[in-house]
Write a protein that binds this ligand. Structure first.
Ligand code: DGY
Length: 306
């Protein structure tokens, strides 16, 4: 805010919740730049409501599925995001979820709190080791690679991955192997999702894919909720078709408090906190502001979307 206010007039949507559609359409009228959150749908209607002077849309996130990039391109509006600075924070959450599910932390903490911790039980709350197992990274981009590095370096896990392109550097560093999604699902003990949400990746993991996974496998999602068919996942977890799931993202967000996934002991749900560290969020704010300022001045954005 300080950075922007020093250079331009700033119109701020106040309050803890996203603007309603009406408030958004009203609020952008006459703006040269829009700084959006991932909860704001910025489509052609919003761009046209803003007016022909709109030069830049800067998303306070690395993911930008909330923005109609094609519509922006057609109108000559630059679109920016905040890559790199949240990679470590998000990879940490992916690993934390994998560990928490593997070691049944939700059940164990709940039982401790609710008087079910009677003694040290030789057979109580038995989970799975991660050490020496196999991680399957679906989408070996920045966050996927950072997650794989943690699990390979820290837990000596073998790494399988899917990617649009081969990653010789990653293959060499992590002894990783590019495989098909089916092979990854069949062989991985942890399946961690890191693809952006597009028409091609929506419901990439559905009933058929969950069926391919081992009964002992864990699914981790720190990308976007819509990558998973959540109904199919709920069923698979209920039937113990897979061991568990750790979700930092859901459909919708927030996931309603009465959603059945919350009641499953083998499912941990976080409120989309992948990038929620002081360092990451401050750096995201800096990048989002710098993108806006560059766009308003008609300069190339420092962090344009692909
Ligand atoms: C992003 O930047 O896309 C993340 O989902 C925010 O945590």
């Amino acid at each position: 805010m300080e950075k922007l206010a020093a250079h331009c007039e700033v119109r701020l949507h106040e309050g803890p919740l996203p603007p309603t559609r009406e408030a958004l359409l009203r609020g952008v009228v006459g703006c040269t730049g829009i700084l959006s959150l991932l909860s704001d749908r910025i489509d052609a209607e919003v761009m046209d409501a803003a007016g022909p002077q709109l030069k830049v849309i800067s998303n306070f996130a690395v993911g930008y599925n909330n923005i109609d990039v094609m519509a922006a391109r057609q109108r000559g509006i630059a679109v920016g995001n905040t890559p790199d600075v949240l990679t470590d924070a998000t990879a940490d959450i992916a690993v934390a979820l994998a560990l928490a599910v593997a070691r049944r932390m939700k059940e164990a903490a709940h039982d401790a709190r609710n008087g079910k911790w009677m003694t040290w039980e030789p057979l109580g709350w038995i989970g799975h080791d991660l050490h020496g197992k196999t991680v399957g990274i679906v989408g070996m981009g920045r966050i996927g690679t950072a997650t794989a590095k943690r699990l390979h370096g820290g837990w000596q896990m073998s790494v399988l991955y899917t990617s649009r392109r081969a990653k010789p550097e990653v293959d060499r560093q992590l002894d990783a192997q590019l495989v098909t999604l089916d092979k990854l699902l069949e062989q991985a003990d942890i399946v961690s999702l890191h693809v952006p949400l597009t028409e091609q990746t929506r419901h990439l993991i559905g009933a058929n894919e969950l069926e391919l996974m081992k009964p002992s496998a864990i699914l981790v999602n720190t990308s976007r909720g819509e990558i998973i068919d959540q109904e199919a996942l709920t069923e698979a977890l209920r039937e113990k078709q897979i061991f568990g799931a750790g979700l930092d993202v859901t459909t919708p967000e927030p996931l309603p408090a009465d959603h059945p996934l919350y009641d499953l002991p083998n499912c941990i749900i976080l409120p989309h906190i992948g990038s929620a560290t002081q360092r990451a969020r401050n750096a995201m704010a800096e990048r989002a502001a710098e993108n806006i300022l560059a766009g308003i001045e008609g300069k190339p954005l420092p962090w344009p979307v692909d």
